[in-house]
Design a protein around this ligand. Structure first.
Ligand SMILES: *Cc1c(COP(=O)(O)O)cnc(C)c1O
Length: 394
């Protein structure tokens, strides 16, 4: 019975792009200056760590997001690692992160020698629930010498990493208020939210630092890539230094003044990024229209709710998301039937606190995270499935 519904839905989704046999979850578009800029790198011989496109991409990102500085790196995980290090996350510290996130958020915390401490999400944003966090910290934490201490473990709770799930911003104002009261530093995992605004301000402006990703499946891609964002000039300069092997600038000497990282973004990847970022308005417009199309398709199905944008924010609609009524539908049947019918849908991540490397870390109540396991599905979200009527080529 229920499988029939998913077969019918698969047919309707295929009608968005007739003639394409398989609809993947998310494919990039290369319709702008990608070939020109990449070819330019090859012609000039500057494909690797030095070249004009890295600076250009960093400047474009800063301008687009409104964050003072952007430092391009080799992937989003590396960006998160350095974003955490920059705010002083140290071995033995705890870092509050949603359990409902991509594994990179947890991995980056452990790269600093720190311990992930898992917190729950809200159904309204699919990201960190600031009110639930407040209640939890009131029970769990005390402030000593202006730092937040976990009463149970004695460790410093140094930072919190809100992640803007599928492009939908976390409710940042109340979260900032909690951070302020408990002396906790905010680092945004904005890997999925390039193009998403909270109260008119681009995500990545709210944390002391933030991380973006330009992996192949993200809203824009550099092949693989990421960026650290910060409004603090000093931290930005330090981020550049750390991610480029901590080399002291000199025309011929190799002097490195601390253990650095070779996390820089190659010029050829930045070239791709410049072209992609030039096209972002088109992608956003198409993805928004795809959300409208899904709304039309799904409104007749009882118990399947399309995830919409919150009134205080603007989403990039990176991955289109449906929430199933668990008494009516099973995620497993839905995925199996959709995928059999060449609609590449996927479930939400297995929560980090249930993954082997993370089972022993601290956690709050995670009941919403666990409930969402049986409710959330992402549907094909490639920009070409939408239509943009502003006359501009994407
Ligand atoms: C994509 C992503 C990252 C970083 O991924 P990379 O593949 O290393 O670029 C980090 N956090 C989240 C939530 C992501 O979706």
């Amino acid at each position: 019975m229920s499988a029939n519904i998913w077969r019918e839905l698969a047919r309707e989704i295929h009608s968005l792009q007739p003639g394409k046999t398989v609809l993947p979850l998310h494919e990039p578009l290369f319709e702008g200056n990608e070939k020109t800029y990449v070819f330019d790198c090859i012609e000039a011989g500057w494909v690797s760590s030095v070249g004009k496109y890295v600076d250009r991409f960093e400047n474009m990102l800063a301008e687009y997001t409104g964050v003072r500085r952007a430092i391009a790196v080799m992937n989003g995980t590396a960006a998160l690692h350095i974003a955490l290090k920059l705010v002083g996350v140290q071995p033995g510290d705890e870092v509050l992160i949603p359990s409902l996130t991509f594994v990179a958020t947890g991995n980056a915390v452990t790269y600093c020698g720190a311990k992930p401490h898992f917190i729950d999400v809200s159904k309204a944003t699919l990201g960190v629930d600031p009110y639930k966090l407040d209640d939890y910290l009131k029970e769990t934490a005390i402030i000593k010498n202006n730092v937040c201490i976990n009463k149970k473990t004695g460790n410093i709770i140094r930072a919190v990493v809100p992640m803007h799930t599928f492009g939908h911003p976390v409710d940042l104002d109340p979260l900032l208020e909690v951070c302020d009261r408990f002396r906790i530093i905010m680092v945004e995992d904005a890997a999925e939210s390039l193009g998403s605004l909270y109260k008119g301000v681009h995500t990545g402006n709210f944390g002391k630092t933030a991380a973006l990703s330009f992996n192949g499946n993200k809203i824009i891609t550099t092949g693989g890539g990421g960026a650290i964002l910060t409004n603090d000039e000093g931290l930005a300069n330090y981020a550049k230094h750390l991610t480029t092997t901590a080399k002291v600038p000199h025309s011929w000497q190799y002097v490195h003044d601390e253990i650095g990282y070779n996390y820089r973004m190659p010029n050829i990847n930045a070239a791709l990024g410049c072209a992609q970022l030039e096209s972002i308005e088109g992608y956003l417009c198409k993805k928004r229209s795809l959300n409208d199309k899904y709304h039309q398709i799904l409104s007749k199905y009882d118990g399947i709710t399309l995830f919409k944008e919150n009134s205080n924010s603007k989403s990039n609609f990176w991955l289109q998301t449906i929430i199933l009524e668990p008494s009516q539908y099973s995620v497993e049947t839905a995925l199996k039937t959709l995928i059999e019918n060449k609609i590449i849908a996927r479930p939400i991540w297995k929560p980090l606190h249930l993954l082997k490397p993370f089972v022993d870390f601290e956690r709050s109540d995670l009941s919403i995270t666990e409930q969402l396991q049986d409710q959330v599905i992402n549907l094909p979200s490639s920009p070409y499935l939408g239509e943009c009527n502003d006359g501009k080529k994407t």
